[in-house]
Write a protein that binds this ligand. Structure first.
Ligand code: ASP
Ligand code: MG
Length: 458
């Protein structure tokens, strides 16, 4: 009666207090009743990762702040673990973890400095406490469960302790040998998201929002049928529902579309979330516990051809102009080289084929610095450097690869007042318009109504 293997990840947005753990435990119990084998991945309680990072950064008041974090876990445990025996045991476990955390932070405060691995180890406690609590909440809901750290579960990663690179080859056999026997015994492994370990066993993290990535990594290594990313919204939306009242949940996305939307920040997601399952038959569902709606992401995707409109604010276009640019090999490299040297990230690059101007889209707070450096350093080839504020309104959908669909978007966008520029790279499932900042939401609404929704199929 096994229906397949499912990795269920519960995000921090859901894990605010006891009720989040209760909802999660009931959801897992329901999936098990439906016949699924389940692996659970958890984030830290909401806000805890930020708070731990701040404690590491700020010199004073760390003790009461740590205790407040701890109090949140204790109180969530008291509310979410109904069995008296389970509660006593999990409170003991949480307090042992807390002692360890306390000692680590104490050592860092006394020494006055910490290695990246020590800091990563401290921040990992948000997830560790959460996993211990979730396993107890599951057991008290009649689901046998054990919790494991990311390294104990077999995820091996190297490099930057805040954003380590996962070693797929080393991790796959480890994850399988650690988790499959547990799953086969009918026990649910609860794994800390965001946390991995080096080959030598030092703790490293997978980058902010890394729990989603943990879930898809485990799914890949275990050959799971589905990953469910449970969050506080019922799926990825066609637009920001706080701004556009007709925004709806998108039913299906391809990995390519979902990746663009994740990078645009439509739903705050780790940029590597879909990487492990691309090209596999594992599907990813994004939903809220108890919701009948969801977004299903897989390699095929599906209709409609256009999925969403996303507004990105706080951008500036820095444009260099001058006859000196024309036909001179290496000017683009010089211009982008100035940005690279200043550590400024380039969001978009535009140049007409006459090569008379080059526009770079950058974050607004770095625009003036870039413009100044460009006119100082490239004054001999550049006659003018202009800076103008903009927002980006992006349309996302695999259908953009079809000329009639992309042509229609360009035509509509070009007809709207306030659009400064339209950018669409060949074969790309994203078309970006740079617009007057004041007009961005009006333009987004028009594109949402007249371009994205025209394909609605329900
Ligand atoms: N707790 C980590 C963070 O806040 C990882 C995650 O929630 O995905 O970034
Ligand atoms: Mg999170």
């Amino acid at each position: 009666m096994a229906r397949g293997l499912l990795v269920a990840k519960f995000g921090g947005s859901l894990l605010r207090d006891a009720s989040g753990y209760i909802t999660a435990a009931q959801e897992v119990a329901r999936l098990r009743q439906e016949g699924y084998q389940v692996v659970v991945v958890v984030s830290a309680m909401k806000g805890v990762t930020d708070e731990l990072i701040e404690i590491l950064e700020s010199p004073s008041g760390w003790e009461p702040r740590l205790r407040r974090i701890m109090e949140r876990y204790y109180s969530a445990a008291r509310g979410a673990v109904s069995s008296e025996r389970e509660l006593t045991s999990v409170l003991g476990e949480l307090s042992r973890l807390f002692d360890e955390l306390f000692k680590l932070v104490w050592a860092v405060k006394v020494i006055g400095e910490a290695t990246g691995n020590a800091r990563a180890a401290i921040v990992s406690f948000g997830e560790r406490l959460s996993a211990a609590l979730m396993a107890a909440a599951l057991r008290s809901n009649g689901v046998e469960a054990v919790w494991l750290g990311g390294r104990e579960a077999g995820i091996i990663a190297e490099g930057d302790p805040w954003e380590a690179v996962v070693d797929y080859e080393a991790s796959e056999p480890m994850v399988r040998s650690k988790l499959l026997p547990v799953i086969e015994r009918g026990v649910v492994p609860v794994v800390t998201g965001f946390v991995a370990g080096t080959r030598e066993g030092r703790i490293v993290l997978l980058g902010r929002g890394g729990s989603d990535y943990t879930a898809t990594l485990l799914a890949r290594f275990l050959g799971a049928d589905e990953v469910v990313l449970y969050t506080d919204v019922p799926g990825v939306m066609t637009a920001d529902p706080g701004r556009l009242k007709n925004a709806r949940v998108i039913e299906r996305l391809s990995f390519a579309e979902a990746m663009e939307l994740a990078l645009l920040g439509a739903k705050r997601m780790h940029p590597k979330t879909f990487e492990p399952v691309m090209g596999t038959s594992t599907r990813v569902r994004i939903t809220m516990p108890g919701s009948s709606q969801s977004t299903l992401v897989d390699s095929k995707g599906g209709p409609p051809p256009l999925k969403a409109v996303v507004v990105s604010e706080g951008i500036s276009l820095v444009t260099v102009v001058g006859g000196g640019l024309v036909g001179r090999i290496g000017t683009a490299a010089k211009i982008t080289g100035v940005a690279a040297r200043l550590g400024i990230n380039i969001l978009a690059i535009m140049q007409p084929i006459t090569e008379t101007r080059v526009s770079l889209a950058v974050r607004r707070d770095s625009a003036e610095k870039l413009a100044k450096a460009l006119s100082e350093e490239l004054g001999h080839i550049v006659s003018e450097v202009e800076v103008e504020d903009a927002s980006a309104v992006s349309v996302v959908g695999d259908g953009l690869r079809e000329p009639d669909v992309s042509g229609n978007v360009v035509e509509k966008a070009a007809g709207l007042g306030g659009v400064k520029s339209i950018l669409w790279a060949p074969g790309s499932p994203i078309l970006v318009t740079f617009v007057e900042p004041d007009e961005s939401w009006a333009i987004a609404e028009k594109l949402h109504e007249e371009v994205v929704s025209q394909w609605r199929i329900d």
